[in-house]
Design a protein around this ligand. Structure first.
Ligand SMILES: *[C@@H]1O[C@H](CO)[C@@H](O)[C@H](O)[C@H]1NC(C)=O
Ligand SMILES: *[C@@H]1O[C@H](CO)[C@@H](O)[C@H](O)[C@H]1NC(C)=O
Ligand SMILES: *[C@@H]1O[C@H](CO)[C@@H](O)[C@H](O)[C@H]1NC(C)=O
Ligand SMILES: *[C@@H]1O[C@H](CO)[C@@H](O)[C@H](O)[C@H]1NC(C)=O
Length: 500
């Protein structure tokens, strides 16, 4: 017995070590599915009106018939629902669907030696169609979602057939019989048609989903599914990778995503949880590939009194560090900054902070444009970020910034603390803060599609997690037609830092 228990404990332990936390999680509640159902019905209704039906052939006792040039004239959308189910993942139920079809018919009758044939135009009215079909969701080898129809049952009410042209009055005498034949045929095929709609059409549109989205020039966000979506009685949930990679070198970040905070209610349609892992893999890759670099020069300082002058009447770096003023008069000091470690984003209840470490190499730019190395300062900064959100963007602004500097290897002798404080306040903070705020105002775009917009959203910072809970608003005909599933623009940020 104890052996069994210890094996069990070991397995549990291993599986919890091996289980990969997602970086990105998407939960859709019953309300969300209800909404999806409304949208689906709207789309199907529109699509049906332009759909060409395939020719139908059938056979009854002694008679063969064909229907061609079929056109849907009237379509009464069903009362339908998509619900979370237990035997399959979802259950799609529809009732009260009605359909009127115009077309041409042709028949051949043969009984013993009696043979005749004819044709004309026909109108078929289907009423009270209902169906119920299971829908199963899964994942393929590349992390894309899959969809497959499960058990199906269907039913239809009376079918009315009306013939026109030729000897139509004769055919109309038998239309009740013909109606029954067509109803039987239709019913036997309907589940096939619906299952095909799911297995082919829905699967095809799912297979076009991109599981990687490019972020600017160098980075990509990987949001492939880690496993098949899970279904509970209250929601359906998908765990996605949520890692940012360097585009031309897809090696994994050397750290794993932390467990995300759990969502405690299901009142909204959609819950999007983003792990701090997304931000940390982004800054890891950016650091690793040397794009967290920035040269701060006097051009970045828009103040009149140029703190980076080596010669001045009032106050400047050349006065606070006299060695510089003496050796490089009438010059400008430049701060070449570079991350020395990947910046780390930490999210706790209500707070988002970024800790960064970097080296600042000081140079003097002489009037003849030549550049002279002065010394290196190690800097450690922490930034508290205040986040707000509107319909399309998460905005960030710097709430507080702390920077600690530490002069190592100075080639010009000891540098006093007052000089460092001056550098931090007048050059670094006053330049970096507005830049970060400017980026923050541009914001981090929310996932959106052209048709679906966030509505009545809320935004929370929880342990390791950014939670967006929202309802959706469906826009049937968006004015602008762009086709990305998710939109992000971080590369521009690096660019705007570097190009200032
Ligand atoms: C900073 O200046 C140095 C020296 O002029 C140059 O080599 C480097 O590319 C610059 N870095 C950036 C990010 O502009
Ligand atoms: C800083 O130097 C520039 C020339 O490089 C000069 O025009 C400006 O007046 C100086 N600023 C101060 C405060 O001395
Ligand atoms: C959201 O904020 C962005 C950036 O400040 C702005 O461009 C956009 O118009 C805002 N959207 C709405 C709906 O207010
Ligand atoms: C400053 O840097 C030196 C050398 O890297 C290090 O030994 C020292 O602990 C640092 N001081 C502070 C206050 O961080």
């Amino acid at each position: 017995m104890w052996l069994f228990i210890s094996v069990h404990v070991l397995c549990t332990l291993f599986s919890s070590i091996l289980a990969t936390n997602p970086g990105f999680r998407l939960r859709i509640t019953e309300d969300g599915l209800n909404y999806a159902n409304q949208v689906a019905v709207d789309l199907v209704t529109k699509k049906v009106k332009t759909t060409k039906l395939p020719d139908q052939n059938g056979e009854g006792k002694n008679v063969k018939y064909s229907l061609s040039n079929l056109d849907i004239r009237n379509f009464q959308p069903p009362t339908s629902s998509i619900t979370l189910a237990s035997e399959s993942d979802l259950q799609w139920k529809a009732t009260n669907l009605a359909l009127e079809i115009d077309g041409k018919f042709h028949y051949k009758y043969k009984k013993g030696f009696i043979k005749f044939s004819g044709g004309g135009s026909v109108n078929v009215k289907f009423s009270d169609i209902s169906f119920s079909v299971g829908v199963n969701l899964g994942v393929d080898g590349s992390g894309k979602p899959t969809i497959k129809a499960g058990k199906c049952s269907c039913d239809s009410g009376p079918v009315k057939v009306k013939f026109r042209g030729g000897l139509s009055w004769i055919y109309n005498l038998f239309s009740g019989k013909v109606g029954k034949i067509i109803a039987g045929q239709f019913q036997s095929k309907m589940c096939g048609i619906i299952q095909n709609l799911i297995d082919k059409n829905a699967q095809e549109s799912l297979s076009t989903i991109k599981v990687e989205v490019q972020l600017g020039e160098f980075l990509t966000l990987d949001y492939r599914l880690l496993a098949a979506p899970t279904v509970t009685s209250e929601y359906i949930e998908a765990d996605l990778k949520g890692e940012i990679f360097w585009k031309s070198d897809k090696s994994e970040a050397p750290f794993a995503p932390p467990a995300m905070a759990t969502i405690t209610d299901n009142k909204k349609m959609v819950y999007i949880t983003l792990s701090e892992y997304i931000f940390n893999t982004m800054t890891y890759q950016a650091h690793q590939h040397n794009i967290l670099v920035f040269n701060l020069t006097s051009q970045n300082i828009k103040a009149k009194n140029d703190a980076l002058n080596t010669t001045c009447t009032d106050i400047c770096i050349g006065k606070l560090i006299p060695q510089i003023g003496k050796s490089f008069p009438n010059s400008k000091v430049e701060l070449h900054m570079k991350s020395s470690k990947p910046p780390v984003t930490s999210i706790t209840d209500g707070h988002l902070g970024v800790a960064a470490e970097g080296d600042i190499d000081l140079y003097a730019r002489k009037p003849d444009k030549s550049l002279h190395y002065l010394f290196r300062i190690a800097g450690a900064g922490s930034i508290a970020v205040k986040l707000t959100m509107n319909e399309t963007v998460i905005h960030g602004s710097v709430e507080d910034m702390k920077i600690k500097l530490n002069v190592s290897k100075s080639s010009i002798g000891p540098v006093n603390e007052k000089a460092l404080q001056f550098l931090v306040d007048s050059a670094i903070k006053t330049t970096i803060t507005p830049m970060l705020n400017d980026l923050g105002t541009k914001g981090f775009p929310m996932p959106s599609t052209d048709n679906l917009k966030l509505n009545q959203f809320d935004f929370k910072l929880l342990q390791n997690t950014m939670l967006i809970e929202t309802n959706l608003k469906y826009i049937p005909e968006p004015t602008k037609t762009k086709s990305t599933v998710l939109k992000f623009v971080p590369r521009d940020r690096w660019k705007s830092i570097n190009n200032v």
